[in-house]
Design a protein around this ligand. Sequence first.
Ligand code: TPP
Ligand code: SF4
Length: 277
Amino acid sequence: MTETFTIRKYLRDLTLPFCAGCGCVTVMNCFLRAVHELGHNDLRKFVFCSGIGCSAWIPSPYFEADSIHTTHGRSIPVALGVKLMRPDLNVVVFGGDGDLAGIGLSHLVHAARRNVDIMVVMVNNMIYGMTGGQVAPTTPLGVRTTTTPYGSFDPPLDTVRLVATAGASYAARWTTMHFGQLKEAMKAAVTTSGFSFIEAVSPCPPAFGKKIGLKDAAGMLRLFKENSLSLEQADKMTKEELENKIVVGEYVRRKRPTFTERICETLKEAEKTAEEN
Ligand SMILES: Cc1ncc(C[n+]2csc(CCOP(=O)(O)OP(=O)(O)O)c2C)c(N)n1
Ligand code: SF4
């Protein structure tokens, strides 16, 4: 029987490193609640991989679980290696938008294309948090960062749409203000066969909030609420009207052969051919 949820039972006895109001805490809480509601009383059936950045600290070393803290942007290839060796385990990646949609973007796109059976949670705080507020590929147009003092002039990357288009089995975007939906998305992603991706739009008060004149998480959550739209609402709007809006919801949920299924099938065929010859 599933025990009552207490976050501490999934965590090591360590002090979390996040600033007050950091969305990483909400993402961690959502994930662990999802795991609990799926009936896991511990994290023995999981392996976690992360790169470098504040969001990469979510699993490692804080989860009471096996985890690998890799280099910046390289968590997905490591996760793929783990999944190949231990297909029986749930392999989950946590990382920031800089880590996964910047330096690690090609790994993300190709893992989605190949439908590698891992789950990726991208904490999108729209900036490089850990290193003090440089522009990220997800920074909205016009936002002044330490590397764009006159405002970001590149349009932000729509990461969840890109991953859905590339071939993921499951892809969704929610903000940390949508706690219930984010938790349900985590449950769907854990139980999906194939590549699953969640973009969690998240407050980073000291790096991003300060840049847009909002110093605390409450202001940022209000901003998320005011600017979030459903996919159905967004469908009726123009590109210009959608600028700086956050389109939330489930972008894709489908069944496709996974990377490990295809590789096993190919190896079986090759063995059969070798035996016949
Ligand atoms: C190869 C390499 N380049 C740059 C860095 C410096 N660096 C560390 S974390 C980071 C980006 C952090 O932003 P993000 O991934 O969005 O995570 P956040 O801290 O916002 O959660 C950068 C550029 C690094 N550690 N390694
Ligand atoms: S700098 Fe931003 S992302 Fe990093 S811990 Fe602080 S609030 Fe979180």
